[in-house]
Design a protein around this ligand. Structure first.
Ligand code: SF4
Length: 97
């Protein structure tokens, strides 16, 4: 996120500029919904985060640190079956189809 020229940068009480990185969620909650068709695209895209079990995808971990590979898998999923939300706020991280 870029600071706008007409607004001062956010600062700590000591006066240090607050990095935009601090606003990033620390954990994502990942879930594969019942819409999964078992094509395996997510497993090929992000094998550290997804696996096929009985022909359908499952998230290997229910919570993960933010990683673009998870978003890539969610975006490539032809069934929009992968949900990614901020674990702290529940805000959706994946783009809506
Ligand atoms: S890409 Fe989507 S439909 Fe394909 S296995 Fe993964 S979750 Fe299921």
């Amino acid at each position: 996120m870029e600071a706008r020229a007409d607004r001062p940068l956010p600062r700590t009480p000591r006066g240090d500029v607050v990095s935009g990185e601090t606003s990033q969620p620390r954990r994502w909650r990942v879930r594969v919904t019942e819409k999964c068709g078992g094509c395996g695209m997510c497993v090929m895209t992000a094998p550290l985060y997804f696996q096929l079990v009985d022909g359908y995808s499952q998230a290997r971990h229910s919570e993960v640190e933010p990683d673009d590979a998870v978003l890539a898998a969610a975006e490539l999923c032809p069934m929009s079956a992968i949900e990614v939300v901020d674990a702290d706020t529940g805000a959706e991280v994946t783009p809506t189809p």
